[in-house]
Design a protein around this ligand. Structure first.
Ligand code: PEP
Ligand code: MN
Length: 243
C-alpha cells in the first residue's frame, strides 16, 4: 500500500495579502500545509527581502480562511517571537541558517516549551553531520516534532541543477536517523520548472515522505524565485503524476 505523501506548497515569498490569497484559494484543497516566506535571506541586499512582519498577519488570516496549517522560515529569535504571537506553529530553518550552530541554538532557545513543528533544511554544503547536528540541537531543546528537508547542495561545478541533489547522502541520513520524515524540495534543487517532475518522482520513488513545491498564482510576477515556481494548475498536474 502506498503511504500518503505530505504536500507542502505555496509561494517563495509574497508582496501582498491579495497575492497570497489568490494562490491559497487555488491550491488549498490539494495540499497539507501552505508555505510562504515572510523574511527572506537574500544573497544580494538589493533583492526583495520579503514583505516582513506585516506578512505574518496575512498568513494568520489565510490559515483561518482556508482552515489550513501555514509554515514560514525563521532565521532569528525575533522572527519566532513575531510568528508565535500570530499562532504560526510550523517553522522551517533555511539552508543558510542550518550552517551556523550559533543561529540554530538561538532559534532553539526561542522555541523552548512551544508546541511547534520544525523543518530543518540541509545546510548549503553536503556536510551530513552539520545537518544532523542542527536536528540534534532541536531535540535537545525538547522540540520533538521535526522533519528534515532535502533542498540540494551548492554546485561548485557546472550543473543542470540550481542545487545538486545527493540521493546517496539522503539514504545515509535516513539510516542514521530513521525516525524523522524527510521531505524533498525539488524547487530549490531544480531552479526551474523543467526538472521539477523528474526530481519529485525520484524523491517519491526512493521513499521520501513528501514534497515542498514553490507555487504562485502567477509565477512570472513573483518577486523571488520566479523561474522555479509553478502555477496552481502545474502543481495539480505534478501531484497527480508523482506516484
Ligand atoms: C525558501 O524555501 O524559499 C528558501 C529560501 O530556501 P533555502 O533555505 O532552501 O534556500
Ligand atoms: Mn525560494
Amino acid at each position: 500500500m502506498k503511504t500518503k505523501k505530505i504536500i507542502i506548497a505555496g509561494p517563495c515569498s509574497v508582496s501582498s495579502e491579495e497575492e497570497l490569497y489568490k494562490t491559497a484559494k487555488e491550491i488549498h484543497k490539494y495540499i497539507d500545509v501552505l508555505r510562504c516566506g515572510v523574511w527572506k535571506a537574500r544573497t544580494n541586499p538589493n533583492s526583495f527581502n520579503g514583505a516582513g512582519d506585516i506578512a505574518i498577519d496575512w498568513l494568520y488570516n489565510i490559515s483561518k480562511e482556508f482552515n489550513l496549517p501555514v509554515a514560514t522560515e525563521v532565521g532569528i529569535p525575533q522572527h519566532v517571537e513575531k510568528a508565535l504571537k500570530k499562532n504560526i506553529r510550523i517553522f522551517w530553518i533555511g539552508a543558510r541558517t542550518t550552517v551556523n550552530p550559533f543561529y540554530v541554538n538561538e532559534i532553539c532557545n526561542s522555541l523552548k516549551g512551544e508546541n511547534v513543528e520544525i523543518w530543518i533544511k540541509n545546510p548549503i554544503y553536503p556536510d551530513i553531520k552539520l545537518w544532523i547536528g542542527a536536528i540534534e540541537r532541536f531535540r535537545k531543546a525538547g522540540l520533538k516534532n521535526l522533519k528534515a528537508i532535502h533542498r540540494g547542495f551548492f554546485p561548485y561545478y557546472n550543473s543542470k541543477y540550481r542545487n545538486n541533489p545527493q540521493w546517496k547522502l539522503v539514504e545515509k541520513f535516513r539510516k542514521i536517523i530513521p525516525k524523522i520524515d524527510v521531505i524533498c524540495d525539488p524547487s530549490h534543487i531544480s531552479g526551474n520548472t523543467e526538472l521539477l517532475n523528474s526530481v519529485s518522482k525520484k524523491a517519491i520513488k526512493m521513499g521520501m515522505n513528501g514534497l515542498m513545491i514553490e507555487t504562485h498564482y502567477s509565477p512570472k510576477n513573483a518577486l523571488s524565485d520566479a523561474n522555479q515556481q509553478v502555477s496552481p494548475q502545474q502543481l495539480k498536474e505534478l501531484i497527480n503524476n508523482i506516484y
